[in-house]
Design a binder for this molecule. Structure first.
Ligand SMILES: [Zn+2]
Length: 88
């Protein structure tokens, strides 16, 4: 028995603003799922190509990226710790 392990991919690029510094940030992510015997519907049937595509799109549409820069997130954490008195 031979299966075609096709991978359905979609890429999302979202732009937003870093809540800390207010600068523009772009985030991109690739969503993928394979069409194979292990990728099944809730009823146990193997997902067809259009079903996998719909699932990947739904996942991509539900994606809410964190626009905070890594460096800004660290600074925010540092400030909150200073405010709490954990760091002097
Ligand atoms: Zn920032």
């Amino acid at each position: 028995m031979k299966f075609n392990f096709e991978v359905v991919k979609t890429r999302r690029i979202l732009a937003g603003k870093c809540p800390e510094c207010g600068k523009r940030v772009q985030r991109s992510r690739v969503f993928k799922q394979a069409v194979n015997p292990f990728n099944r519907n809730k009823d146990g049937s193997i997902k067809s190509y259009p079903e996998v595509r719909a699932a990947v799109n739904a996942e991509a549409n539900a994606w809410v990226p964190d626009f905070t820069h890594d460096a800004c997130a660290e600074q925010a954490l540092y400030r909150s710790q200073v405010a709490k008195g954990s760091i002097k």
